[in-house]
Design a protein around this ligand. Sequence first.
Ligand SMILES: [Zn+2]
Length: 248
Amino acid sequence: MMGKAHFIIGTGVSLSLLALTGAPVTVGAVAIAAVSSMLPDIDHPNSLLVTRALPTKLLRVLQSAMLLIAAALLFYAPVEQPWNSVLAAVAVVAMFLPEQALRKGAFVLIGLAVIVFGERYAPWNRMGGILLIVFSLAPHRGITHTFYALAAWMLLLYGLTGAHGPSIWLAGGLGYAVHLACDSVTKNGIRPLPPLKAKIRFALMTTGKKSGKRVERIGIWITIILFAGVFGIRLIEYGARLYLRLTS
Ligand SMILES: [Zn+2]
């Protein structure tokens, strides 16, 4: 399924369900629902999240910096010859890696930095760093499209924000779950519990095909109707209460 459909359906459906549970729909909940509806595709080469989080320009800067890093490693690395040359060679090779591999590498380094330096600020940074590394190394529809990843994401959010109420971890979990549900209607489906081979697959559509576009459009309409049903009633209630207060 395309990113835009994931974004609209994931955010709309999860916020509607969140409201139905009675949890407050906060600004944070809206933001985390939107992020979570895209998060499983973080390992996808064209994923909005990955390209936004690491724009191509920054990648080019990183690539150019690799030469400096190689030189620095050659002359200043705190290791014996020939290991400093090996490290320098690795940096030069990394410079010519294909874009996607470079992106993944950069994400792994960011994850490592979060683990090493973030620990001081909040113990949860370690888990966030690990999650970042696992997600960036995973093949598309690999580990990020499993129930393990869903559980890990919810646990992470629960650990970080559970003390302030259920809105954030519920919205995040719902957004992520709706993404998996959407992908399970595609031809590829998902494998939710590897190494088990069992798939969830309804094969209603092929992403990018005309039939796929139609299914996406139907999904978006269902989302709009659900959203209007849940929040429309709330708005009418709110308006009625305001009217009664003003007229009494
Ligand atoms: Zn996906």
